[in-house]
Ligand binder design. Structure first.
Ligand code: NAD
Ligand code: WQD
Length: 338
């Protein structure tokens, strides 16, 4: 199939391009590079030994999208493009709603104009809010999000569901990612956050390499075995193969489907720090800090539905996730920047 990957230069998008191309699909990317580097596209080509078409463009730019759909016979779209910084979304809500929601409305409008109605959407476990059940199945009701970023995902799920309800020729797969970490095992691609990282793993690797003095652990008084929050960390390459599996479902014209992409295993913040130190042999200084607003105590998936219906499950364990994050950090201390 020929796949348009929006946001394909980003962390998850670039790893997904590799897995798509390895599986024999052709890839076209649109990315405005607002949170990524075109260098990741070079790395995709280096890893796969294959070429892809790259458009530096914005999903809000209808003309650019029209050009792409005219120049390529796209079979399906995997839609990663979006702003994703939780904290930033609180003080820039308009920018988040406009980019993520107007962007997706523009994209889907151009898609239907070109009669392309196959879409895989990057959603998030954040739509469950403080989850009503653990492990979280796809039947768990969506919850109250704690920030505008989360609401964009929750609202977009509703918008795409309504689109399918009104026109059953749409095939829409909503993939709810848990906590993606790790990097390509070659060390050629990985997560490249701007400034001080918000997320746990890039913070850990930057402490380990000496760029940051110590990790603050946000809260050790939660109702969990060691008092720190529990999450379902998933290797980004596993997440990427989840999209290849979802494409098969699209080919079956499955209509609207929702899948968690997680491992089904929860690790606390302290578990991650300890596994990182064991996997790499590098010390990570840390101290306990107050709770971070908006954090839920536990969030991990039931990975059963994706296993049964997509024939997909995560293969990498926490040690490999830590090893590959560290490999990327040490080989590219400044990410894609020179
Ligand atoms: P990322 O920022 O690395 O990738 C997103 C890409 O989209 C970037 O390359 C950015 O330049 C591009 N982009 C943003 N707005 C655009 C626009 N208007 N037009 C064109 N390109 C645009 O983020 P990621 O971690 O790879 O996340 C990919 C998707 O998965 C996002 O939608 C994100 O919300 C979602 N998601 C991420 C996580 C996570 O923890 N990383 C978890 C759940 C869901
Ligand atoms: C993990 C754990 C922190 C940093 C976020 C988004 C979510 C989704 C995935 C997109 C938490 C703790 C972190 C630090 C810490 N993204 N932590 N010190 O919050 O589970 O999920 O990314 O959809 O929407 O909210 O991930 O990596 O920020 O935090 O103690 O310096 O690590 O409190 O318990 P989170 P995270």
């Amino acid at each position: 199939m020929k796949i348009l990957v929006t946001g394909g230069a980003g962390f998850i998008g670039s790893h997904t391009c590799v897995e798509l191309m390895n599986a024999g699909h052709e890839v076209v990317v649109i990315d405005n590079l607002c949170n990524s580097s075109e260098k990741s596209m070079e790395r995709v080509k280096e890893i796969t030994g294959k070429d892809l078409a790259f458009y530096k463009g914005d999903i809000l730019d209808r003309d650019c999208l029209n050009t792409i759909f005219t120049e390529h016979k796209i079979d399906a779209v995997i839609h990663f493009a979006g702003l994703k910084a939780v904290g930033e979304s609180v003080y820039k809500p308009w920018e988040y709603y406009n980019n993520n929601i107007t962007g997706t409305l523009t994209l889907t409008d151009v898609m239907r104009a070109h009669d392309v109605k196959n879409l895989i959407f990057s959603s998030s476990a954040t739509v469950y809010g403080d989850p009503a059940e653990i492990p979280i199945t796809e039947n768990c009701p969506k919850g109250k999000c704690t920030n505008p970023y989360g609401w964009t995902k929750s609202m977009l799920e509703q918008i795409l569901t309504d689109l399918h309800t009104a026109d059953n020729s749409w095939n829409v797969i909503l993939l709810r990612y848990f906590n993606p970490i790790g990097a390509h095992p070659t060390g050629l691609m990985g997560e490249d956050p701007n400034g001080i990282p918000n997320n746990l793993m890039p913070y850990i690797t930057q402490v380990a390499i000496g760029k940051l003095p110590e990790l603050g652990i946000f809260g050790n008084d939660y109702d969990t075995p060691d008092g720190t929050c529990i999450r379902d960390y998933i290797h980004v390459c596993d997440l990427a193969t989840g999209h290849v599996a979802a494409l098969k479902k699209i080919e079956e014209k499955a209509g609207l489907c929702i899948y968690n992409l997680g491992t089904g295993v929860g690790y606390s913040v302290l578990d991650v720090v300890n596994n990182f130190m064991e996997a790499t042999g590098v010390n990570v200084a840390y101290s306990m800090k107050p709770r971070r607003e908006g954090d839920v105590p536990q969030c991990y998936s039931s990975a059963q539905k994706a296993k049964e219906e997509l024939g997909w499950e995560a293969k990498y364990g926490i040690k490999e996730m830590c090893r590959d994050s560290w490999n990327w950090q040490t080989k590219n201390p400044n990410g894609y920047k020179d």
